[in-house]
Design a protein around this ligand. Structure first.
Ligand SMILES: NC(=O)c1ccc[n+]([C@@H]2O[C@H](COP(=O)([O-])OP(=O)(O)OC[C@H]3O[C@@H](n4cnc5c(N)ncnc54)[C@H](O)[C@@H]3O)[C@@H](O)[C@H]2O)c1
Length: 363
């Protein structure tokens, strides 16, 4: 496909994040949003008008939108609808940019990968922090062998107060709470740097003391997901992953992301400040390499690359470029399946109050 050919895009789900998708598509030449679907009657039409999408047709049922001649779709529905809409889209021959988290259950994620393979259509998951140049530095340090054998990784983070509302806090729509909302980013950061090793087992604990308390959350009566979770995950290659995440807590931080290796350690802190920061869903604040130089304990700061990239725009641009160039998915569902397997394992383990195995089919 040439750079002057128009890429025709459909948007499924016209809530908060759909606007960010539209704004990003608008910055790319020769891209047209030709359809928007939202199951709330009238919502797609309002969205089209509010965003000046003059070429777009509104739909209530995503399957009608998928009958159009489209090159790609952005799926921006609550988590619970990610599986159905993306499977339908790929079966209808569309390339898919799916918002995070990939799905709600592992079984759903497995089917999504199977359909992507069977149809040959792309399933890319929207983890925009991957486009931070510092993320490339983290990955290249871990992959370089500088750390020796990496045997322990800690990832996650915590907001002192930062609980979303609406569809994010209802299990029937979100599937999970902090794990699915922000935990998946932290997992992606660590697993991507490691080369996405297979998760083998999980022992986890989750709670929701803040979300269910009207003192802390205005929708406490409807809040039925976790606002805190901690898990020890065994990864292939003899690596232990300590994962912790919180939407709210009486503490300033749950610590930095760190990689411990036989020859060195790498510590990464997030850049954000304020009540909603302290988690890896945006920019890197600092990176420090801990190592011995001639027997001296040494801490080497790795310069943080300043940039003015809009990470969200970068992910949408890369999706469009991948369609044009016939490339495979930039952030493949096949990889993120392991991320989803961990979240699924955390929820199962927490409910059963014991360690659970993660079994993954050969896809
Ligand atoms: N990447 C990011 O930075 C980021 C930020 C926020 C949210 N998200 C993700 O985006 C997704 C949506 O979040 P949001 O804040 O926009 O939610 P939202 O509730 O504001 O909007 C979702 C919309 O989807 C519609 N919808 C639900 N099921 C549908 C279906 N089957 N077909 C068509 N429309 C359907 C709803 O009516 C609603 O209008 C979530 O999965 C969330 O995790 C990503």
């Amino acid at each position: 496909m040439t750079t002057t050919q128009t890429i025709r895009i459909g948007i499924i789900g016209s809530g908060g994040i759909a606007r960010a998708h539209v704004n990003a598509y608008k910055t790319i030449d020769n891209v047209e949003i030709v359809a928007v679907a939202d199951l709330v009657p009238g919502k797609a039409r309002e969205f089209i008008e509010a965003n000046g999408l003059t070429a777009a047709q509104p739909f209530e049922d995503h399957r009608e939108l998928l009958q159009l001649d489209l090159d790609g779709v952005s799926i921006c529905t609550p988590n619970m609808a990610h599986h159905r809409t993306s499977v339908d889209a790929m079966k209808a021959g569309k390339q898919v940019l799916l918002e995070k988290p990939m799905s709600v259950t592992l079984d759903e994620a497995i089917e999504m990968v199977q359909v992507s393979k069977q149809t040959g259509n792309m399933l890319t998951i929207g983890f925009q922090p991957r486009y931070d140049p510092n993320m490339h530095i983290v990955r290249s340090i871990v992959q370089s062998g500088q750390l020796g054998n990496v045997y322990y990784v800690e990832t996650g983070g915590g907001r002192r107060r930062g609980m979303p509302r609406g569809t994010f806090v209802r299990k029937e729509l979100a599937g999970a709470g902090a794990m699915a909302d922000i935990g998946c980013y932290s997992l992606d950061m660590a697993l991507h740097a490691l080369g996405y090793p297979k998760p083998l087992s999980v022992s986890a604990y989750t709670s929701n003391f803040f979300g269910t308390n009207p003192k802390y959350h205005p929708e406490a009566d409807r809040f039925d997901v976790e606002d805190f979770g901690v898990a020890l995950i065994r990864l292939e290659g003899g690596i232990a992953l300590n994962f912790k995440i919180s939407w709210a807590m009486h503490m300033d931080t749950l610590g930095a992301t760190m990689f411990l290796g036989s020859e060195g350690g790498l510590k990464i802190t997030p850049a954000g400040k304020g009540p909603w920061s302290g988690v890896w869903d945006g920019k890197v604040g600092s990176m420090t390499l801990f190592h011995d130089v001639l027997g001296h304990h040494t801490e080497s700061p790795i310069p943080v690359k300043e940039h003015s990239l809009n990470l969200f725009q970068e992910k949408v641009k890369d999706f469009v470029a991948a369609i044009r160039e016939g490339r495979s998915a930039p952030i493949p569902g096949e990889e993120i399946l392991y991320n989803q397997a961990i979240i699924d394992g955390v929820l199962r383990s927490s409910e059963l109050r014991r360690e659970v195995e993660i079994s993954l089919p050969n896809l």
